[in-house]
Design a protein. Sequence first.
Length: 196
Amino acid sequence: MSEPVTAVPKLDVLAVPKQVDRLLTTVLDLRHRAILQNYRRHVLLELAGRWQEILTPAMTVPHPVYRSVMGPQTTVYDGIEEVAGFYRGLAEAGMSVSAPIEERVAVADWGLAAETRSPQILPGRVLAAQGFPVPDPEDTYRLTVQVAMIWRYDDDAKLIGEHVYVDLSSMQIEKGDLADIVTPERAAELVTPLLD
């Protein structure tokens, strides 16, 4: 059973790296630290709208594969061009801003796993285009959902790929509170100091 919508706190993009930052204070294994640092930089670059920097040889293997699973639908992005198209689509649709409400991250030699409950502020037209019922496509909505992720890394702590599993039964859609809306431009402004 999903929690009531009123339990969803305000969107806080500065909370994005907090769980990883906590782990970095206790994890001593150099490989695990490198994976966590790559992941931290990746999620902040994504939030800042600088996704092109994710797909550089310093961070990602030459042929990454992403799998996105939403209910019965699985989409595979196979290779750097398809993954770039995935990020480009997120940015163009205004879907790059989210932040965790609750998050757990675990790291191992093969990569990391994370489970997060996070809200995302989306234009109604984006939700409607994905088949979600919204009263007014011109309004802005807050979509909150539970997501599990598995990210694999190579021997040099470069991202091999993401497997993202969205729990559709946890999904909550409500009209966005104007005080909760963080534009992609504002998110970039807020998180850039955490990157640089």
